[in-house]
Ligand binder design. Sequence first.
Ligand SMILES: *Cc1c(COP(=O)(O)O)cnc(C)c1O
Ligand code: SF4
Length: 356
Amino acid sequence: MKGRLISASPTGRLNLMQQNITNSAHKTNSKAVPLWQKILAESYKDPLALLAALGLKPDDLDHPADSRSSFAFRVPAPFVERMEPGNPQDPLLLQVLSSVTENLPAPGFSLDPVGELAQEPWGGLLQKYQGRVLITATGACAVHCRYCFRRHFPYNDLALKHHQWAGTLNRIAADGEIEEVILSGGDPFTLSDQQLAGLIEGLAKIDHLQTLRIHTRTPVAIPQRVTRGLVQALRAWPKKLVIVVHINHPAEIDQALDKALKRLTQVADHLFNQAVLLASVNDDLTSLTGLSKKLFHCQVLPYYLHMLDPVQGSAHFLVSDSRARELIRGLRDCLPGYLVPKLVREVAGGSSKEPL
Ligand SMILES: *Cc1c(COP(=O)(O)O)cnc(C)c1O
Ligand code: SF4
């Protein structure tokens, strides 16, 4: 999608509308750029522009925003529309706002907290657990979450590149013990429908694969991504399809996302959610019960509630083990069992995610 993208502008919605008008006027000269790609290109790239759009002044924050982080700032407009203007503690804002606290040293927080680099991924392939292999299908994401454990991941070197696809597929085809392929990233739904369909068609030729799983946050960041074309591309997979979305707070679920998720149920056999337990964002019973109930309403079941991976720059999101256990007990007391997520942590070298 590079090259065809309209250049970035920090001013958000108004500009996007102008682009739409301009674009439909010039539709004849090239293939139309899908709306979601325009929204992605128009993402906020500077925290100060986002604060201004929310009617906030830099002084309203507890800690100054950081415009020059090595992990770029990126937030698309539809995600911003779910934030509460004037609220510096908004749980969506806190997930994406780059802050100078990220630069403070924090003992125990490292560049590669879950030992992915030690695995020497090749052609985007990463296998840590028996029977399932993960493909880093792309390095790109629709939104940059400040707590992300892959925030220092050298995607340019390690994500799957187009010329490696055949080799990657051959490696999976050669290992009959692999039953499930997980497309992850980055975020696989930032690939174009054509790229995704191509990858899925290749995987569909491998007989011993039973399940395709896709880990994505793009529908949450940009619900407009879930187009008929995307659903069509996913239909190239003939067996079990599992989609795991990533939503941390009930305020992330609005009507547009509800609609996008319902559309995904047309093609996915199962829709699950994984969330990360984040201080000041969702480390309270009201947020977590609200999240489970809203997910259920959208036909999504909670899967994992992850403990924060101790990645450098994320220490201000840490929730203690004892508080996490207390919250899960609280959830068990007031929700049906199928709405209680599994509280887990990823341990480098472990043979599965580790329950707490
Ligand atoms: C988390 C993860 C998986 C999936 O684990 P499940 O417990 O099956 O959800 C697979 N591979 C890698 C490398 C992972 O990090
Ligand atoms: S969308 Fe997922 S992979 Fe991308 S920055 Fe957020 S948490 Fe990380």
